[in-house]
Design a binder for this molecule. Structure first.
Ligand SMILES: Cc1cc2nc3c(=O)[nH]c(=O)nc-3n(C[C@H](O)[C@H](O)[C@H](O)COP(=O)(O)OP(=O)(O)OC[C@H]3O[C@@H](n4cnc5c(N)ncnc54)[C@H](O)[C@@H]3O)c2cc1C
Length: 393
């Protein structure tokens, strides 16, 4: 943990985001990847030198060893730009993968995969969802891994493997014990992506954009893909337990980041309506319907922040298991707050909001998925409602 105060750290991070990261967004929106990554790598070096690298990880692997509440405050600041988390070494899915490996992996995996991942030297991805089975119920998945002569032989197809394009390895969730009870059937295994049994079939076009690098979602295939037995993460058959451990923190990271995105959209909306003349003597900001959008957005952002920080406090004091229902609540609440604020911002900006001249259109198309990934709204609502109803039985 660096020596400066936490509030000074937040100020320093905000300055880097506003002065160095946001100015790179035109390169991102015009898909000039090479130039973009070169410049982001420079920022990463500076972030490391300032002791602001990997706020989600413990210092034993080069992170900042922060509480979840402090991480929340940082994620809100880095979330202002889609490039923010990458520049500070805490982008999904690497963040969740590194946390998982830190908790469960053997020494071989920690040395060869976790350490370079935590340092930002390589990227990773997480392959659980399949095109032909319902991702909302991963006990149905059917990608298989069989232990034959000391090697896992993996067969199956996955999709929406975020950031597979250019990643060094994936964590694949596969059925290792088909006859076991449904929550004990699957395991997690590391597959280096230069393996001849692995193929990236395509970057899936999402809302008209195929993306690249860590901003892509791939369909991938394992065909008699062989990896050594020691590539198993944790215990055989514990895949679901570890997936829950990985997704719990992952969900709160997303919620924290979404508040940052909503703040950015709110700022852009307010700045735009104040300068947009609609009559010779008035601007959009003078219109009550626009003021209503601003008030609704502000209230929604603040309500989400209260819930997310309350959840973070429970996690800090009692652990992730105690916060399970709070995490379900904020997952759908914050995702819907984000839709409201991005939509209000886009509408207030008119045609400009639809273009890649503003970051709003990117947030509108990319963040619609917030209501689907890491558990759709419906699944979290069902889980929360069931636990609440139990108290009335
Ligand atoms: C942008 C993006 C990135 C992603 N990244 C990854 C990744 O990196 N790795 C990975 O493994 N997966 C990833 N996913 C996949 C994601 O986790 C799944 O899409 C999600 O779990 C839902 O599964 P599904 O798409 O198969 O929908 P289904 O399970 O087929 O469900 C379809 C819809 O049905 C409704 N529904 C589902 N269950 C219920 C229920 N019980 N009751 C009522 N309604 C229900 C919901 O509205 C849901 O959206 C990503 C998805 C997106 C969109």
């Amino acid at each position: 943990m660096p020596k400066q105060s936490f509030s000074q750290m937040l100020t320093d991070i905000d300055t880097i985001i506003k002065q160095q990261v946001i100015p790179l967004e035109p390169l991102f929106l015009s898909q000039q990847w090479e130039q973009l990554y070169q410049q982001m790598d420079q920022i990463r070096l500076q972030v490391k030198a300032q002791g602001l690298w990997a706020p989600n990880l413990p210092d034993s692997v080069g992170g900042m060893s922060l509480s979840i509440r402090q991480l929340g405050q940082i994620s809100e600041v880095t979330g202002q730009s889609p490039l923010g988390h990458y520049c500070f070494g805490c982008q999904a899915p690497d963040a969740g993968n590194a946390e998982l490996l830190h908790m469960y992996a053997n020494e071989y995996i920690k040395t060869n995969f976790l350490l370079p991942l935590a340092q930002g030297e390589i990227r990773s991805c997480f392959a659980m969802t399949e095109p032909h089975t319902a991702g909302s119920n991963p006990t149905l998945l059917d990608t298989s891994a069989e232990l034959i002569d000391g090697q896992w032989v993996i067969n199956g197809r996955k999709w929406f493997t975020t950031a597979a394009d250019g990643a060094n390895f994936t964590i694949v969730m596969a059925v290792t014990d088909p006859d076991a009870p449904k929550h004990l059937r699957a395991s997690m295994i590391i597959v280096p992506l230069d393996n001849p049994g692995y193929q990236n079939l395509r970057n899936i076009p999402v809302m008209g954009h195929s993306g690249s690098g860590y901003y892509s979602h791939s369909e991938i295939e394992f065909k008699n893909c062989k990896v050594p037995a020691n590539h198993l993460i944790g215990e055989q058959g514990q895949g679901f337990k570890m997936a829950q451990q990985r997704l719990g923190p992952g969900r709160i990271h997303h919620c924290m980041r979404w508040i940052g995105i909503a703040n950015r959209c709110f700022d852009l909306m307010c700045q735009h309506v104040l300068q947009r003349q609609i009559t010779p003597t008035s601007t959009l900001a003078d219109q009550p319907v626009i003021q209503t959008k601003i008030a609704e957005s502000y209230a929604a952002i603040n309500a989400s922040r209260c819930l997310v920080m309350e959840t973070a406090k429970i996690i800090d004091e009692q652990g992730f298991d105690a916060a399970k229902h709070h995490i379900s609540m904020i997952k759908f609440e914050a995702a819907n707050m984000l839709q409201l604020v991005v939509n209000h911002a886009l509408q207030s900006m008119g045609a400009l909001g639809m273009t890649d001249d503003s970051i709003i259109a990117f947030f509108y198309r990319e963040e619609r998925a917030a209501r689907i990934y890491d558990g759709p709204d419906e699944v979290h609502k069902l889980s929360l409602a069931k636990s609440l109803l139990k108290k009335y039985l």
